[in-house]
Design a protein around this ligand. Structure first.
Ligand SMILES: Nc1ncnc2c1ncn2[C@@H]1O[C@H](COP(=O)(O)OP(=O)(O)OP(=O)(O)O)[C@@H](O)[C@H]1O
Length: 382
């Protein structure tokens, strides 16, 4: 049994329900001979990956869904062997730099070299691929490349990005890159200038509601648990979309969790948020109230725990900042505006440090300490 977010993930560009102009643009590119390197960016859960996979399907057909996972081995200069997983089909490969740690340069170099030097794809061998005649015509004449998807591209080290830039030029006849990231701020300019940027904004509240409604239409049993009145359903969808900050994956998961936990869902049914959000909220308020060394130590173990659960450090910083912002907004203080400005300023500094550095825990802990110091300077609260 798969989660609704996976079960109802659209597979083709024509099934995508929002940002129609981008879908059209991708469709045109996929069927033309001129497919560029892409830099697809946007907030979490906005549908980046879904759109990229649908584009691949448009280019090569359903064969892109026949995936395998290979364990590749790379030799480091120290003689140590490095193993990591590559997801691939006959037409593309997918890698995630965070799996490679600081050795991403070697992996990028070796892997892309290997693909770049292997023979180009011959489309005539793939007669069974479900592609439009138009696509096949262009493909057989011009598109003889493999696509390499790089997830979380913003986590690539500078060295790896430099290597990527070189390989992009060297093997451009055989490889097309699709970089996926939340923000482009950590991507080096030479890569930005060699890729076509495509920004996928979060879906609007009504677009979110449309997807949720579509899922309920297909999940007959779940549909019965929700109100018949479409106005009431829309209120629930809006609450979900607001609570998830228009993160579509989270919205779908929240709706599924609501259904799983309640026989009937009404406009007053509480929304179940992921546990980590409560943990971050609790952490932020506790450091505002108790600015002590022992609290700092406790904060460290909570941060370690959150990072170990793969919550991205930048997201943690953002949530911490927003909770501290709300907390300080409720204080009755003369210098409140200045205090809040200092917190935001500290947050931007540590956000940059998270981009530049590699030890997330240091910077998150640094931010927490800084906030304690700022608060200590402005307030005495119990
Ligand atoms: N256009 C769409 N129409 C309907 N559902 C969609 C659409 N795009 C995405 N979804 C749903 O939203 C979920 C999340 O989308 P996706 O994984 O593509 O987002 P993402 O931006 O790549 O997320 P992240 O940055 O967190 O990895 C998908 O599993 C799918 O169910």
């Amino acid at each position: 049994m798969s989660l609704w977010a996976d079960k109802y993930r659209p597979r083709s560009l024509s099934e995508l329900t929002f940002h129609p102009r981008i879908s059209k643009q991708l469709q045109v590119m996929a069927s033309s001979g001129e497919f560029p390197h892409l830099l697809v960016y946007g907030p979490p859960g906005s549908g980046k990956k879904t759109r990229v996979l649908a584009t691949l399907r448009e280019i090569y057909g359903a064969g892109t869904e026949r995936l395998r996972v290979d364990v590749k081995t790379f030799s480091l200069s120290s003689g140590r062997k490095l193993e990591f997983n590559v997801i691939s089909s006959s037409f593309h490969l997918e890698i995630t730099p965070s799996d490679m740690g600081n050795n991403d340069r070697i992996v990028i170099q070796d892997l892309l070299k290997e693909i770049g030097q292997t023979e180009s794809l011959d489309f005539s061998k793939f007669e069974n691929a479900v592609v439009s005649p138009n696509t096949r015509e262009h493909a057989s004449s011009r598109k003889k490349f493999k696509v390499v998807i790089i997830n979380e591209a913003e986590l690539l080290t500078r060295d790896a990005q430099a290597a990527l830039r070189r390989t992009m030029e060297k093997y451009s006849a055989n490889i097309r890159l699709i970089l996926i990231c939340n923000t482009t701020s950590n991507i080096i300019d030479p890569i930005k200038s060699r890729t076509l940027p495509i920004r996928i904004a979060s879906p609007s509240t009504s677009a979110c509601a449309e997807v949720l409604e579509m899922i309920l239409r297909k999940e007959h049993h779940a549909r019965k648990a929700f109100p018949d009145d479409s106005e009431h359903r829309n209120i629930i969808f809006k609450r979900i979309s607001d609570a998830s900050e228009r993160n579509l994956r989270m919205s779908i998961m929240m709706m599924e969790a609501m259904y799983m936990n309640h026989d009937t869902v009404s406009i007053n049914t509480p929304i179940i948020k992921p546990d980590w959000i409560d943990v971050v909220h609790e952490l932020a308020t506790s450091i505002c109230k108790d600015r002590s060394v022992s609290r700092l130590q406790q904060a460290r173990s909570t941060l370690y725990e959150l990072l170990a659960h793969a919550i991205p450090a930048k997201l943690l910083l953002k949530k911490l900042t927003l909770t501290i912002w709300d907390f300080t907004g409720a204080l009755d203080l003369k210098d409140k505006a200045e205090l809040r400005k200092a917190v935001i300023s500290a947050s931007t500094i540590y956000d940059e440090r998270l981009s530049l550095g590699s030890k997330d825990i240091f910077h998150l802990e640094g931010f927490i300490t800084k906030v304690m110091v700022i608060l200590e300077r402005y307030v005495v609260i119990n």
